[in-house]
Design a protein around this ligand. Structure first.
Ligand SMILES: [Ca+2]
Length: 80
């Protein structure tokens, strides 16, 4: 179940990524509008207006209601 959700998120982010083709870090920085190195739900939904908060929460491994670059890359299906 969790894997299917992460695959769905990765697929969505891949499609969006193909449309704009910025690097993972560039995209993270673009979404992180206050440049605090975390993406909050409020920042995320501005970039992905059709996103569901449940998907955001599932990617938030540390459950601090914000995504760091590591969580972001895992959620996006990227590896280091
Ligand atoms: Ca931020």
């Amino acid at each position: 179940m969790r894997e299917n959700i992460l695959i769905g998120i990765a697929a969505t982010m891949f499609i969006v990524g193909c449309a704009s083709t910025p690097s993972t870090t560039d995209k993270f920085s673009r979404i992180d509008t206050n440049s605090d190195s975390y993406i909050t739900w409020e920042e995320y939904k501005v970039y992905y207006p059709n996103a569901k908060k449940s998907s955001f929460i599932r990617v938030d491994e540390s459950q601090d209601e914000k995504l760091d670059i590591g969580e972001w890359r895992i959620g996006a299906g990227y590896s280091f």
